[in-house]
Ligand binder design. Sequence first.
Ligand code: ADP
Ligand code: MG
Length: 704
Amino acid sequence: MSNEKKQGECPKITLSTPVRFLKGVGPERSRILAQLELHTLEDLFYFFPRRYENRAPIKSVSEISFKEKECVRGVVSSRGFFRTKTGQSVFRVVVTDGKAHLFATWFHQPYLAKLLLPKSEIILYGKVEKQGRQWHMIHPEYEVVKDASETPRVHSGRIVPVYPLTEDLSQKGLRALLYRTVAEHLGQIKEPLPPAVKKNAALMDASAAFQGIHFPGSFEILKAATRRLVFDEFFLLQLLIQMRRAEVRKEIAGLSHAEGRAQVHRFIQTLGFPLTAGQERAIKDMLADMAKNSPMNRLIQGDVGSGKTVVAAAGLVLTAANGFQGALMAPTEVLAQQHYFNLSQMLEPLGISCGYLAQGFKEDEKERVLKEIESGAVQVVVGTHALIEKRVRFKKLGLAVIDEQHKFGVFQRATLKEKSNTPPHFLMMTATPIPRTLALTLYGDMELSVIAELPQGRKPVKTFWVDERRRGDVYRFLGSQLATGRQGYVICPRVDDKGEFSAKSVERVYGELAGFFKNHRVGILHGRMKAGEKKKVMQDFKGRKIELLVSTVVIEVGVDVPNATVMMIENAENFGLAQLHQLRGRVGRGEEESYCLLFSDSEDEETAERLRAFEAMQSGFDIAEKDMALRGAGDLVGERQHGLPKLRIGDLAKDVDILTAAKHEAAKLVALDPCLADPANCPLHETLAKRFGLTSKEKLTVTA
Ligand code: ADP
Ligand code: MG
């Protein structure tokens, strides 16, 4: 049976049919298509053009104009081969409409002689240039007219899509494949949207949209098709978020933290500094959330150094006062230890017991801490990923805090909440300032508190992009800072000098600087060191036993050494704006003037724009906006970063109106049918599950 099938019969084509079963593809071509992540028929439909060319008016040779890109039709009146002085093979044809002539030239493409025959009618597309009195096209796209009345054409006489390419694949070949795909299999596209949503948002049909995005009949159709597909993408995302949100809002008896405000106020009195307005508001919002029976789901967004830890501590005090436990998870051992140290100092005097759980603990030590967590003897526990290991069970978890939440995947975040029988209140903190539109999408299921200001007395960090020729001056300046008792960081993009990549390494720079600053203690830190070694180096730096620390970006997150005043960054072109901002945030934490010095001799225009913007800007929010403008939102929404899939067509920076409409429609639908259980919403439910790789309903409701 299966043998027969292999021999002749085509498998029934569906959206999940592998591309190699499509007409004209086969194993060889399917391997090439796989390089573009095109595996199934559906992938082809979602392979959107990079841009379009308007080749709609096909002109005669007499009608074309100089300097324009034109689509021209004519007859080959003569043709020939020759070689240039440098030995290049050249094929040239003269095309005419009987009145005017156009020369078309190709290099290294002798096979064209078999295609563009004398007296054949051809269509060319390219830029028209002038050489003396002759009109030329160099390397135009060509098409042979087989049947003069042939309509519609694929490569000319229309708005033509231009697709992203890979080696071994020609634009024409790919375009022809897409054309066939759309022409033959458009019927496979099912309409996922309920009619009401389509009507309210004035959207065209799904199948018309796929036709229109690949081979639009006009620019109006292209626009409407794009709008429809962007809407779908945002709508599905919003639907997922809103469904999760509906789930989160379920009430849980006994979760309410109604007591303990007095203790929180007493705690704030002990701090020794007044809270900033942003901190106060965040704490107030948090306390109100935690007084409710439904779990809080709040994100604190505040620039580096804005004092988010204090807010978390206030929440931990409240949960302890209500007889619950609190947990704080940080992405690195260095950071977790720092939090443990600070929180113990703040909370132990109030009679709140704190514990620490490290991945590297010996078995008996770990056993002891796990018991204390399970029995409730420890009220606040701090740790890294160790906190979400299977064995960890809380007696009664009231508040789970995640610091630098963008460093954790969505499922790691969810796991911490599942460490107790009932879902706890949930607080996340991030120093990645996210533009409003992005926050709307990514954190649509969360409440948001923004701490917009830094504590008083913080000075902006003086930032300079310095020329390599001034390296001597920079070193002398660095020396003068070290001489007055300040400390500094030097960041390099890589650990050692192995491999092709030419940026400076920590090992090389450490060697140079240890030689240059003979009177100062220079240290080294990178991700390949053992956890114990890294810890020792950080302690020495905090304790001023190390004055200058040469490091990779392992230092990036959350480290707090107020005495450090210089941040020097080698090969700054290797870092994105967000990362540069994080790095700069390591200094400027004390009373003294601080400096950030960037070395880069990159001549890339975009790099220059980025570094100049960074020199001029201090606010994380401004930087995030700029970052988004430079990179496009796509990069910011990578799966690893936020636990959400990459957008295929929507652009969070540009499509705010569509996003808003999608959000609105999703909210309406979820209010009516929170689990999409209505049979009419079945296609939508299926599409949603498929798009986010979820198979069961249960998975759909995992909360971020
Ligand atoms: P981040 O938001 O980057 O996590 P931290 O919570 O580490 O910032 O706070 C940075 C430093 O600022 C800490 O040393 C903290 O004690 C201090 N700090 C926090 N809030 C204030 C405030 N309102 N006034 C003065 N200093 C503060
Ligand atoms: Mg922090």
